[in-house]
Design a protein around this ligand. Structure first.
Ligand code: FAD
Length: 662
């Protein structure tokens, strides 16, 4: 997907503001809402033109007030010129505290993200209302969305949104995302747009008024505030040939909304949380006596985004993931889990210094709410001590106690944790997966299984005949220093320093090697201390106990220094593995050169290889897995989902074979 910086706009032009306020009610009526969602598990609205959020708020409000509402409301909105939080606040300033709309408005303002060009997932009502904001031009963004919409709303008044209504490729992209029977409503759709609806599988409603010949000429704008805006209305009812147009792989949610997750680390806890948010019941099987005993057991870890000159898939994935991580962990911190989501500094000592960073930041066009460039002095003022280099400041970054977050998450209603339950193999009979122990006894059964058990996921899949992924481990050790210190924010660079309530955690070492006995090594502690000194200047002069150094200089027994050793699991392309597992054996003559073409194991998903960024990646990728399992809109664009697809090596091999024979 092409990304260009998004430019905030203040809302529709003055002559259309009255219409923008009147539209939402007309839009709901045009789609038969709220009646149409009654009794349904979920309902998906796809809107072109978020504007100032009037459509979303009206839909949410209608959902809130409807006792027969659907279980979950997904509102996906594409907006090339999203409003700033200030513009939104101003637009809804007249909503008084006693009005029922006040709480939704405040929640929306609080969740409003930095306006980066990607898909933003905003959660309300404990996840039962989700706003997926796709920021960017319609023609770029729409084809990257994976969803099946029940209602398509084309309400935007800006010139680019109006032009999009008459573009065949936009209408085709909408058709490819319409559920059978989906309804479409459009405001000020030009005649050439209406004419193209039929060729893309939409049937125009006979009540639709004649359209103006050109978009944006204002012929049908509203003159009086109380007159309902005339809308183009249609229904997606494709002819047989149109309906069979190849569509991207999509899972149907199984009737039984239950899942088993294997592994109780960050990946497993995040997957369980995402499925519970979707209304499922989840059993988590963990081989140890408690959760988070392996890679996710460190006392603290960092989460933050990234900036890259080319803004390629890696940077975009980590940006989207970091934004989701901030929302997830800020909520956990508010509930008492140790951590902070109040900013993180990443030192960057590249040649060219501060001007080079500023040039890169300006070229990337990323908003200050996501990342800023600070000189060493300004960064030092935030950190609370003198830093040696300029820094990237991620206001939404921070640190989290991963083990505490895992334990906290697994206590949620709807999740059952079973410890001491090692899964030795998987088998599938009559559409149900059985998870077996080493003696072959069934430990649990479910239609849907998520393998979140790090490298062991590979072993379980090998038992089903799956080819191995190219994975490797790196050993890492962190060092904990106790005592008072001046550090106020986590600082990363060559190593990291995390301010904990009673000290500082620094680390982490990195050394290739397979998991073994997790002993602490003195040389690794010393390495961490040296980097802490270089990064922050901190040493025992700050009151920190650097007993490790003392012990190293004097002969004697190795120190019993607080710290922890673990192993990170990486794939060869440094990207995680998340999504539906492809079949072990592909049918012959099956095209395999696109992830969407790969046939999948029914109900089998994986979330692993989170590398050194499990805290950042787990919440968003778990939502991706849950969306695939439940058949709801994906929180990630196609190309990014492809980048983490468990079948990407099969796709690469197929492409390689095609290019070498072709
Ligand atoms: C030293 C160090 C520092 C790090 N620092 C950071 C950091 O600052 N920020 C960050 O984001 N990340 C950091 N990481 C990486 C992060 O810890 C990992 O990415 C993350 O913990 C991986 O989570 P996971 O759930 O995939 O794996 P794990 O935490 O290993 O969880 C897998 C779970 O599956 C269980 N399991 C395995 N096989 C079975 C089976 N057959 N049956 C039942 N249960 C099974 C295991 O017991 C385990 O509990 C660091 C890692 C290390 C080692």
């Amino acid at each position: 997907m092409k990304t260009t910086p998004v430019t905030p706009a203040g809302g529709p032009p003055p002559e259309h503001q009255a219409a923008a306020r009147a539209l939402p009610e007309a839009m709901l009526a045009a789609h038969g809402l709220p009646t149409r969602w009654a009794g349904r598990e979920h309902f998906v609205v796809l809107e072109l033109g978020f504007g100032l959020g009037h459509g979303f708020l009206a839909c949410w409000q209608s959902w809130r007030q409807d006792p027969a509402r659907c279980g979950r409301l997904f509102y996906v909105s594409v907006e090339p010129h999203p409003p700033s939080r200030e513009a939104l606040a101003q637009a809804h300033a007249a909503v008084a505290p006693h009005e029922s709309l006040h709480a939704p408005v405040q929640a929306m303002l609080q969740a409003w993200p930095p306006l980066t060009p990607n898909l933003h997932r905003l959660c309300f009502e404990d996840g039962r209302v989700q706003l997926l904001l796709a920021l960017g031009e319609v023609a770029d963004v729409l084809p990257a969305l994976q969803l099946q919409a029940d209602a398509l709303c084309l309400m935007g008044s800006s010139p680019s949104l109006q032009a999009a209504q008459a573009e065949k490729r936009v209408l085709k992209a909408l058709a490819a995302r319409a559920a059978l029977g989906a309804t479409l409503s459009a405001w000020r759709m030009p005649a050439d747009g209406q004419a193209q609806l039929a060729s893309t599988g939409f049937v125009l409603d006979p009540t639709t008024p004649a359209a103006p010949v050109h978009a944006g000429n204002g012929e049908d704008s509203i003159s009086a505030e109380d007159s309902p805006p005339p809308l183009t209305q249609a229904r997606w009812a494709p002819r047989a040939t149109q309906a069979t147009t190849p569509r991207r792989y999509r899972s149907a949610a199984p009737a039984k909304r239950q899942a088993v997750v294997v592994g109780a680390g960050l990946a497993g806890a995040a997957a369980a949380q995402a499925l519970v948010q979707a209304g499922w019941q989840v059993t988590v099987l963990e081989r140890h006596a408690a959760a988070a005993q392996e890679a996710s057991g460190n006392p603290a870890g960092l989460f933050h985004g990234t900036v890259n000159a080319d803004d390629g898939p890696y940077a975009r994935l980590f940006r989207a993931a970091a934004l989701q991580a901030t929302a997830t962990y800020a909520q956990a911190v508010a509930q008492g889990v140790p951590g902070a989501a109040q900013g993180l500094l990443r030192l960057d000592a590249r040649s060219g210094g501060l001007p080079a960073l500023q040039t890169l930041w300006q070229r990337a066009g990323l908003p200050a709410g996501y990342v800023q460039v600070l000189g060493a002095e300004a960064a030092s003022a935030l950190a609370g001590l003198a830093l040696p280099a300029p820094a990237w400041f991620y206001p939404g970054g921070g640190w989290m106690d991963p083990a505490a977050w895992v334990r906290h998450t697994l206590q949620q209603p709807g999740i059952t944790l079973r410890t001491g339950a090692e899964v030795a193999s998987l088998a599938r009979h009559d559409g149900v997966w059985a998870l077996l122990d080493a003696a072959g006894a069934v430990q649990a059964q479910a239609h849907t299984v998520v393998l979140a058990n790090a490298a062991s996921a590979q072993r379980l899949l090998a038992g089903l005949g799956h080819p191995p992924w190219p994975l490797r481990h790196t050993r890492g050790q962190v060092t904990q220093l106790e005592g008072p210190h001046p550090l106020r924010l986590p600082v990363a660079g060559d190593g990291y320093a995390i301010p904990l309530p009673g000290g500082v955690l620094c680390g982490a070492t990195r050394e290739a090697g397979e998991p073994g006995v997790p002993t602490l090594r003195l040389k690794d502690h010393l390495h961490n201390l040296q980097r802490l000194q270089r990064l922050t200047g901190m040493n025992s002069g700050h009151g920190l106990d650097d007993g490790a150094r003392t012990s190293a200089e004097h002969e004697g027994p190795p120190p019993t220094w607080p710290g922890r050793t673990g192993w990170r699991l990486h794939s060869d392309d440094r990207l995680p593995i998340a999504g539906a597992v492809p079949l072990a054996e592909m049918p012959t003559h099956q095209r395999l050169d696109q992830p969407r073409l790969l046939p999948r194991e029914e109900g089998l998903f994986v979330l692993t290889a989170l590398g050194a960024r499990g805290l950042t990646l787990a919440p968003l990728l778990a939502q991706l897995v849950a969306a695939q399992a439940t058949g709801t809109p994906w929180p990630l664009e196609h190309d990014l989902a492809d980048a983490v697809d468990p079948g990407r090596w099969q796709v690469r091999a197929a492409r390689h074979a095609a290019s070498s024979t072709g």
